[in-house]
Design a protein around this ligand. Sequence first.
Ligand code: SAH
Length: 380
Amino acid sequence: MLAATVQPCPWTTFSADSLTAILLENGLSAGNVAHILRSWYRNDGQLDEWARTRVGPRVVSFLETSITSVPSSISQRHISSDGTTKLLVNFTDASNFQPTGSIPQSAECVLMPAYRAGRAMACVSSQIGCAMGCEFCASTENGLARNLTASEIVEQFVHLQREARAQQRRITSLVFMGMGEPMHNLDSVITAIRCIADPDMGAVGWRQVTVSTVGIVPGIDALAAANLNVHLALSLHAADDDTRSTIVPMNRKYDINAILSAASRFYDRTGRIVTIEWCLIDGVNDNNTQADLLASLLARFNLLRRARVNVIPFNPIGPGRDARGLARRVLQRPPAPRVTAFIERLKLHGVVCHARDTRGDDVAAACGQLRRTVLRQVRS
Ligand code: SAH
């Protein structure tokens, strides 16, 4: 008689490797791990008939006793007029509730319809809150609450996948541009990517995943070394250290030279074009001098043809306080002609450059608007 040697846990905790290991440990065949995972991702953690037949009754009964469904739930859903859907996912498992004081237990994730019919992009959080303190970003307002586990990251994807299915869409890309700094929770981010984007599972491929960072140099090198073949996005936002340190405090630790060298190494190692994110803020980083400086920096680091610049007109985050409790200065989006002029100036220098649109801003789901929402859980 076979006994499960594991505590039951959600199916989202398993990658191909860890599922193989647990099946072998329990004396079971691991030959059909890919079928199991594929079926789980397609059927919300259920084995379909085809997978059941392939894996056989012993494995099916083991999985039935060892694997539980996703414990998190959606506590809020906002749908923007442009179809962008923002979910607040609550990670407190009601059946296994542990009082956690005031530590928030929810994070936001977003589904954006792609321009091609039937497709969508998923944006997930890597942490609850954020410690980076970027002046223009709402996620940082209450500081960092905690890292998300790999399973909690996968769960966001699974909730977004359900949402996409209901909209007759398929998620074809995944970005780590929600709350948090992925490089400060890199092990969980990498584990989650291995789960979601395993080529055997037929969900999104590694090449459709983008990890965005404020510029944590060891993290960029570690991501390259992980050989996942994912995209890197670098939140640069300014082309001189004085300006960048004002809006991105982490620049005092990893300055522009250090992060662009890391971006260049990332390209050398992976061959993947690096995306440079530039949140365009009125009167801060939207002048021609910044555009000229950015172009010369990209040339200096041999990134002109190996990086593309994504210009994101600033999304208003309203008045508020920074991580130190000080009133934030009021930032504004530049007028549309300035956005166009900035992009044209970069193009003049041969920089590959696009303007990202600002979808979801009417439900605060656009870039930088994801704000930690404190949900106090009360045991009923
Ligand atoms: N910490 C990581 C991941 C967060 S991603 C990083 O810094 O990259 C958040 C993305 O949204 C980044 O590209 C960031 O630069 C952008 N962003 C943040 N606040 C914004 C705002 N108010 N308007 C437009 N873009 C913003």
